[in-house]
Design a protein around this ligand. Structure first.
Ligand code: ATP
Ligand code: MG
Length: 426
């Protein structure tokens, strides 16, 4: 074991040096110097250690301060030009700069859960306390940073062993009962890094779901986890897992993902931003709910989704219901009228669902509307009718509607055609 750890330590120090840009390394150095002046220590923890050891891209930098994280963050922000945000009651701070890794700093703490699903009671703790409160063994490792060098890896929960066997494992049996949002984190991390969920951990997930653990958490916190998942490149596989584990139906009886991984994915998924991907999945979920018209909207309200997301789900549901009609012959004007009142954003994200493109006849109509029909406007309007001496009234609306139809059907290509068309009808 010692031998293995020595290897890991040698690898880790060089991997961390290779991963961290030199100015971030300098920033850490000044953090360590500051901390030392106060008699505090700083540790690199969580994702960066896991991902460096796995040799995959690091997404952000988590630092645990045995001391006062807010004060260190403030001092660093002052000297580095990073922006500085503070979060909530737990003494966490984030340093941000566009185009850079986010740096999250937390004060090392000990947590206890007075009630299942409630927010924890927090007191300051040492680095081992801070690792013991974490979700999975592979996220519960730390390395001290001492201005010019890294300390040895602290791995009290055998995260290295689980990295080797590629497993997601909780630290204790009450983990999901204490914080059921960890169920979402387990599914997300397992798919993201291609690990399996260790057997006992999986049983604990299933048991927590059966025991109603999800009902102990506020919907806001659940929704936040779901939204994060929908932005992930393998969101479909994660939804599939959540469905299989009974999580989706526990959140809402109609929420489901019956598609095996790879069956329903956004078109050109790797080119999408997380927000674009999230919207596409919201549209699919909406369409999936669309058997009764109000269900998608009710579901969105139940999930406490913000209004634009709710509209997207509702209009995707409406489009889903219209979809079979697109298999029939239709004029351009009929297509226009079916789609004109739906949220364009919903149509755009719906069009991104790869599986729909198999149904090329229908899909072409959607694209025709999005790329062409919805932009068509006659050149003349009410002021032209007025210039002919027609008194404003319902006739305006009637004639202009006929004109729009003629324009969309391609019967009045030029302005002169439009004028002639209108004059004939007045
Ligand atoms: P990434 O940032 O790459 O998504 P990460 O593992 O760094 O992955 P974060 O969400 O940044 O994840 O959280 C940082 C660390 O905080 C985690 O690795 C974990 O140790 C701890 N953590 C986050 N959420 C929880 C939770 N609900 N319960 C216990 N520990 C958590
Ligand atoms: Mg992180």
């Amino acid at each position: 074991m010692t031998q293995i750890l020595e290897d890991v330590n040698a690898q880790l120090a060089s991997k961390l040096k290779a991963t961290l840009p030199s100015h971030i390394f300098d920033l850490l150095t000044s953090a360590a110097v500051q901390a030392d002046k106060h008699g505090w220590q700083i540790y690199l923890v969580a994702g960066i250690l896991r991902d460096s050891l796995l040799g995959i891209d690091v997404r952000d930098l988590d630092i645990s301060v045995v001391g006062d994280a807010l004060q260190i963050a403030e001092e660093l922000a002052r000297s580095s030009g990073f922006e500085f945000e503070v979060f909530g009651q737990f003494g966490t701070a984030t340093l941000k700069r566009p185009g850079e890794l986010n740096i999250d700093l937390v004060t090392a703490r000990k947590e206890s859960y007075p009630e299942p699903g409630a927010l924890p009671v927090v007191e300051t703790g040492n680095i081992y306390d801070d690792l013991a409160r974490r979700d999975f063994s592979v996220n519960a490792m730390a390395v001290q940073f001492m201005s010019d060098r890294f300390g040895t890896l602290l791995d009290p929960h055998d995260g290295v062993g689980d990295l080797r066997t590629r497993r997601i494992r909780v630290l204790h049996n009450l983990s999901f009962r204490d914080d059921p949002t960890r169920i979402f984190r387990a599914v997300k991390l397992a798919r993201r890094v291609g690990f399996s969920i260790e057997k006992q951990t999986l049983e604990l997930i299933l048991q927590a779901v059966r025991d109603g653990a999800l009902y102990t958490v506020s919907m806001d916190r659940i929704t936040r986890e779901i939204i994060l998942i929908l932005g992930e490149p393998q969101a479909d596989a994660m939804l599939w897992d959540l469905d299989r584990f009974g999580v989706l139906s526990a959140i809402h009886p109609l929420l489901s993902w019956p598609y095996e991984p790879g069956r329903i994915r956004p078109y050109q998924d790797d080119l999408l931003t997380p927000d674009e991907r999230r919207d596409t999945y919201l549209a699919v979920l909406g369409a999936e709910m669309g058997s009764e018209l109000d269900e998608a909207e009710n579901m969105a309200r139940w999930l406490k989704l913000p209004a634009p997301h709710a509209r997207l789900m509702r209009d995707a549901a409406r489009l889903g219901r219209l979809w079979p009609q697109f298999g029939e012959e239709q004029s351009r004007w009929e297509i226009y009228n079916l789609l004109r009142d739906l949220d364009v954003k919903a149509l755009q994200v719906y069009a991104r669902v790869e599986a729909l493109q198999v149904d090329k006849f229908a899909w072409d109509k959607l694209i025709l509307f999005l790329d062409t029909l919805r932009h068509i406007k006659p050149e003349i309007g009410g002021d032209y009718l007025e210039s002919l001496g027609t008194r404003p009234g319902p006739i305006y609306g009637e004639v202009l509607a006929q004109l729009l139809e003629a324009k969309i059907e391609g019967r009045v290509p030029t302005r002169a055609d439009e004028e002639k068309f209108v004059r004939e009808r007045l």
